[in-house]
Write a protein that binds this ligand. Structure first.
Ligand SMILES: Nc1ncnc2c1ncn2[C@@H]1O[C@H](COP(=O)(O)OP(=O)(O)OP(=O)(O)O)[C@@H](O)[C@H]1O
Ligand SMILES: [Mg+2]
Length: 247
């Protein structure tokens, strides 16, 4: 697989506290990477570094410009309590995902609106288009944000804990959708649900100040320990239930 983006010796800190320490990581075209690690381990920071929202204190981020530019990254941020608590319409939120791709002066046109509507249809939430965010459930809101991430046809999709608000009835469809999207785009997804995502991710990145790349969709508790990646393994189907204690 060709490299899309390469992180070389990246370190990040907030107010002097080191969060990522000398991270080396290559995102390869077509990969589906599960990003795992304990709370506060630096997963969201890693995504923000890739997006240019957090500046590393040292190291380099190298884009393979033949394959990708920063604008071709779709981003679904980690949701927090109170998100979506304002009366902006679903359609406008999805359209905002196209705004970033435009020149400063350009306005939204008919084409953009059609694109946004297509994306909503594709994710099965077209009927919500005129609702405002504060009227939506957590799962619906999550799908609206996913639409915003997808509307610009990204080459790389960054998802920060998308499963958290997904109820079980929607879960399988959601993951099937991601699998389908992975045929067209590279995906990097933060999740705590290692058992579920191991059914379809192609590799893992364990993030706990350091980053360990694991080039397989299967990972054992022994490997997680070796990577100093203390996470909870949640039981799903026949995946054994194991809880690794924090250390
Ligand atoms: N803007 C910020 N200012 C100061 N400290 C921050 C900031 N953002 C994150 N941190 C701290 O950096 C560390 C890593 O945070 P980050 O959000 O990257 O972790 P995470 O792995 O995504 O955790 P979680 O699983 O809880 O989402 C944490 O200790 C957090 O408190
Ligand atoms: Mg996070």
């Amino acid at each position: 697989m060709d490299s899309l983006i390469e992180l070389k010796n990246i370190s990040a800190s907030y107010n002097g506290a080191v969060v990522l320490n000398n991270v080396n990581f290559t995102i390869r075209e077509g990969d589906f990477i599960g990003v795992i690690g304990p709370n506060g381990g630096g997963k969201t920071t890693l995504l923000k570094i890739i997006l240019g929202l957090v500046k590393p204190v040292s190291g380099d981020i190298i884009f393979n410009r033949e394959k990708i530019t920063p604008k071709k990254i779709g981003y679904l941020p980690q949701m927090a309590e109170g998100d979506g608590n304002f009366p902006v319409s679903v359609l406008d939120v999805v359209l905002s995902g196209l705004m970033m791709l435009k020149k400063d002066t350009a306005r939204m046109d008919r084409n953009d609106k059609e694109k946004a509507e297509e994306t909503l249809k594709d994710l099965g939430i077209y009927h919500l288009r005129n609702k405002t965010l504060n009227m939506l459930s957590g799962g619906e809101l999550q799908r609206v944000y996913l639409s915003r991430a997808l509307v610009g046809s990204p080459k790389l999709l960054l998802l920060d804990e998308p499963g958290n608000f997904v109820d079980t009835s929607f879960e399988q469809g959601f993951y099937d959708k991601l699998k389908e999207l992975n045929r067209e785009m590279t995906i990097l997804m933060v999740s705590h649900d290692v058992g579920t995502i191991s059914a379809f991710v192609k590799s893992f990145a364990c993030v706990n100040r350091k980053l360990h790349f694991h080039d397989s969709g299967r990972i054992t508790t022994g490997q997680l320990k070796a990577y100093d990646c203390p996470i909870q393994l949640i039981a799903h189907g026949d995946v054994p239930h194991t809880v690794l204690k924090n250390h």
